[in-house]
Unconditional design. Structure first.
Length: 525
């Protein structure tokens, strides 16, 4: 059977592409290797507690809301207020923060660096103004020139010049955030506190604009997985087909056919690949190709990707607790970035990737006392997410995949899971959540290896390629984002976390739509 389009991967980008292509009337098939859809956006239930298994909230950034409106999908969104905490100080990030409270918090912690903090905060405000210009309107790719003509005239056209100016300004602040901050201060602890909950070598403009991003977060009633459910239902309503447990094992470019793990073959006119990019080129059967230029392009692409690494992964401990949600509400919001020590995680020393078990355990003790935790409490946004009088917590930290692999190879995976669970809960119990330890009903964990197994991503990464790759194997110039969905493979397009850096949910939606637009243009020829 021949499909107009086959979409591989059911993360946010794959579902977005499939939604637009099925809406356009194309015979669309979406293939997903796992039994469930959504990738790193999902919600699951365990013993009456609902947990978000991937991202903790959805970020609009001018893409989410206009996309849903264009598709006619309605979701009941709740507010998702953010808190930032360091030691015993907690700042609630409201809708108009002005950063005054954040500057005071840092100055109280580092009185010797008040002038440097003031300079950093002044620069953050400048970056925020530029980013607000960049993302402050509905993304034009989710608008219709005819239906939204007035918006284009009154908002989009005046915005274009401001956008170009903002992009130029931000391009000057593209250094890794850690290096960028060291241009303001030599206080390593201060640099750590500001930057350590971002991915390694995140561009400064992206990291330091996060007070804007915090204000863009929303939470679907009943969990982030509702977003996936609604997109899935939409695709089916439009006549699109979805198959799960259908991992692609081969792509024949000449016959325009994909083969799945059970030996089934599906023919396509166009293919949209939204899974791991290394896997795409591993699946291509080069043996039957006759075009020298195409063979060489595939060889070059494989060579480029061979040594490239994924961005940071995460460790997550899921906790069900006997403590009432009001206990947590009195301390912070349901989306909380908390650092138990002002010293900063650099004090833990280098990651002992090749260390012995004893060396790794000693490092973990220091790391978990210093790192930044992202704590999500679904019931503080939607009380139906936990049984009455009880609370579920999702506690995560950024974590190195290679260290995790070393631990697994050394054979102490189970002990590692027990250790990180104990360290995370103990550190929160003795700092911000006293009484948490004795209230625990049950815990379970997800490591970078869990993520790699579930999603198939390189190094268990959650947002695509690491920023320290040279050269970056994905487009990173905003003005070139439309070209990020192209591949050297005939009638094959790409979208999602591996196509543009920095990535994230809005980029997944944008590239998913861009890929659908390219396919639409190609099939209309």
């Amino acid at each position: 059977m021949t499909y107009d389009v086959i979409v591989v991967g059911s993360g946010a980008s794959g579902l977005t592409s499939a939604a637009y292509l099925s809406k356009a009337g194309y015979k669309t098939l979406l293939l997903e290797k796992e039994q469930h859809l959504g990738g790193l956006v999902n919600t699951f239930t365990k013993d009456g507690f609902k947990f978000d298994g991937g991202i903790r909230a959805l970020d609009d950034a001018g893409a989410l809301f206009p996309m849903l409106k264009q598709l006619g999908i309605e979701i009941d969104f709740l507010e998702n207020p953010i808190s930032i905490g360091i030691e015993d100080q907690v700042l609630h990030v409201n809708k108009d923060p002005h950063l005054t409270a954040y500057e005071k918090l840092l100055a109280d912690l580092y009185p010797q660096s008040t002038d440097e903090i003031a300079a950093i905060l002044s620069d953050i405000k400048e970056i925020m103004r530029a980013v607000k210009t960049q993302y402050g309107i509905k993304n034009p790719i989710f608008l219709d020139v005819k239906e939204d003509r007035e918006y284009f005239i009154k908002v989009v056209l005046p915005w274009v010049l401001k956008y170009v100016f903002a992009v130029r300004k931000l391009s000057k602040k593209n250094d890794p955030v850690e290096d960028y901050l060291l241009g303001f201060t030599q206080n390593q602890s201060l640099v750590d506190i500001i930057a350590q909950h971002f991915f390694t070598q995140t561009p400064a403009f992206f990291a330091l604009s996060y007070f804007n991003t915090y204000q863009d977060y929303v939470y679907p009633r009943e969990g982030t997985g509702v977003f996936i459910e609604e997109l899935t239902n939409y695709i089916k309503e439009q006549g699109g087909q979805i198959q799960t447990s259908a991992a692609v094992t081969a792509i024949n470019l000449e016959k325009k056919r994909v083969t799945t793990q059970d030996g089934a073959g599906f023919d396509y006119r166009c293919l949209v690949w939204t899974a791991d990019q290394k896997t795409l080129y591993e699946m291509v059967d080069s043996g039957n190709l006759t075009q020298p230029d195409l063979i060489e392009a595939i060889r070059e692409k494989k060579a480029l990707l061979a040594d490239k690494t994924g961005n940071d992964s995460v460790l997550t401990v899921y906790v069900s607790s006997n403590l009432d949600k009001d206990y947590f509400a009195d301390i912070a919001t349901g989306h909380f970035f908390y650092t138990p020590s002002r010293e900063g995680e650099s004090k833990a020393g280098r990651i002992p990737v090749s260390g012995t078990r004893e060396e790794i355990e000693r490092w973990l003790e220091g790391f978990f006392a210093l790192t930044t935790y992202e704590i999500s409490i679904p019931a503080l946004r939607d009380e139906s997410m936990a049984p009455a009088g009880k609370t579920g917590l999702i506690i995560s930290v950024l974590f190195d995949y290679e260290l995790t692999k070393t631990i697994y190879d050394q054979g102490w995976e189970a002990e590692f899971r027990d250790l990180i669970t104990r360290l995370m809960i103990e550190n929160l119990d003795k700092t911000i959540y006293p009484g948490l330890d004795v209230s625990v009903i049950e815990t379970f964990t997800a490591t970078p290896m869990t993520i790699q197994k579930m999603t198939g991503t390189t190094d268990g990464a959650i947002t695509g390629w690491g920023f320290d790759n040279q050269p970056m194997p994905a487009e990173s110039r905003l003005i070139k984002i439309a070209s990020s969905v192209n591949t050297p493979l005939p009638d094959v397009y790409q979208a999602g976390q591996w196509t543009y850096s920095p990535s994230g949910l809005p980029i997944s939606l944008i590239t998913g739509k861009l890929a659908a637009d390219k396919v639409n243009k190609r099939l209309k020829k």
